[in-house]
Design a protein around this ligand. Structure first.
Ligand code: AMP
Ligand code: ZN
Length: 114
């Protein structure tokens, strides 16, 4: 997808600090971390947002969740815990229109979400 920053990271034309990569996903450190550990898990196929999931592309969600488990282990936050966030659309605060999951950890999160 032209002009999609995450597609460019996936194709390698924009650099990233990679944590994990396989055929289906890439995971890299967020450029503006909101927690000591802040990794983005991104499906390689361009999907605009959660709202663009459908019966043809939803299988990738399983791959993303498998990758989140691996990322949590790699970043050593699996035992203490972590938070996974998906922002969706304008009111959800989504700024990059390519589906991605924030994995946040390395500190105790506030119980309140907002
Ligand atoms: P969202 O607001 O949910 O769309 O999240 C987009 C995230 O992408 C933000 O947390 C940004 O800091 C992050 N981000 C934007 N550009 C880059 C980049 N080139 N490398 C790593 N993270 C990025
Ligand atoms: Zn994209």
């Amino acid at each position: 997808m032209q002009d999609c920053i995450f597609c460019k990271i996936i194709e390698g034309s924009i650099p990233s600090k990679k944590v994990l990569e396989n055929d289906d996903i890439i995971a890299f450190h967020d450029i503006n971390p909101a927690a000591p550990v802040h990794v983005l898990v991104v499906p390689k196929v361009h999907i605009d947002s959660l709202e663009a999931l459908n019966s043809r592309n939803i299988d990738v969600v399983v791959k993303v969740h498998q990758a989140i488990l691996e990322v949590a282990k790699i970043m050593n936050i699996n035992s203490k815990g972590y938070r996974v966030i998906v922002n969706c659309g304008k009111d959800g605060g989504q700024t990059v229109p390519h589906l991605h999951y924030h994995v946040l950890g390395g500190t105790a999160m506030n119980e309140k979400l907002l």
